[in-house]
Design a protein. Sequence first.
Length: 477
Amino acid sequence: MRRVLIVDDERNVHYSFRRALEAGFEVLSAHDGQEALGLIDADPPDVVLLDVKLPRLGGLETLEQIHERHPDLPVIVMTAYGTVDTAIRSTALAARDYLLKPVDVPSLKKLLGEVLLQPTGAAERSTTPVGDGYMVGRSAPMQELFKLIGRAAAADTTVLVTGESGTGKELVARAIHQHGRRKNAAFVAINCAAIPENLLESELFGHERGAFTGADSARPGKFELAHRGTLVLDEIGEMAPALQAKLLRVLQSREVTRLGASVPLKLDVRVIVLTNADLEAKIAAGGFREDLYYRLDVVRIQVPPLRARESDVLLLAEHFLARERARLKRALSGFTADAERELLAHSWPGNVRELENVVAQACVKAKGDSIAAQDLSLRPALQRRGGDSSEGPAAMLERTLTEFLKAYSGEAYDRVERMLVERALAATRGNQVQAARLLGVTRNVIRNRMARHGVGGLAPGSAAPSDLEGEDGGVDS
């Protein structure tokens, strides 16, 4: 019979697990880390269920020693405190899985069966991580995200982080860096969409003196500054095609040549790229290089939107409240029941960033010792999710556009126009005439918009021969 060692300081936990597992396993017990190590050294069990909060020797310290002494012994970590540090560290220290208490017994039995069928020596290892207070969550999507961060940190390879605006993609990148072997080296981030194309190349790759007008002195680029560390490329989907080709060469050769120089510099850089764009749709529309995409998509992490982790909303709100309370030195006790209901009902198109701003504003506006519903700056039209399930496409679009306008204030028109062109071209496999028919415009209009947004290989600002003709005319036949 397979032997399971339960390591927990609570006797009722031992009693519950023994009753649940004794029909299929021989159940052993230890009440602290030192006792567990003694039992394991004397006669290793087949699997260990290890609590994080233990007397004498903590759970994660026990896990580290188990891995050093018995690297093939599978360990499942349990905790009632679902923090990013615990989840990522336990994964990086080779735990086979990570469970939140109270543990669901059927799920545990299934997991034990899966773990005992796995080959030994398959888990990853990384350095001791540091926590990140921003990444808060007990929901299943966040616990899975923490595990992925731990595995990505251990792999030390290129990572593609995707997700909607405001979900915390850069925080994921920073957590990967902090939990990996490069944590004591530079962490350099650059937003590719915030810098004009003619300056972005110099920012990334550096330049020599006299390389262009205004280059009065030599300057290293972001790749050089991140040597032996991590470089984060945010909004990679907005990078111009010509620069994508140069980035691909740098990633392939692991060397960079400054503008105006002839001798390349060897680099040791981990690259993490972030995007809220659909890169596969951009590839179909001709706006993103497929070879670069596959070079970047080595390890992919999808950051869940806040609406997919509803159980974390109040947890995050309390986290932001505690921070603002300390900053403002205000004795705010929490949220009223009405305020909590409003927070849970909101659709959060701006994700965690929107929630953070709403709480910060509410802390300033609140007149009492707690935050009430009227203190929350939520638009009434966005407060209720879902709506009538029978609503038609037009009503759904209207509701979605309202949320979109709030999330992308100041840039909504360009984003919508670009997405429409990209989706139409993707749906028609790049056929401009068919894409024009789909949108109800002329081919000249399509070409004009492709040039305006740099879609399909047309440089931004370039003009099609007859772009100014017939923009209000019918569809090409």
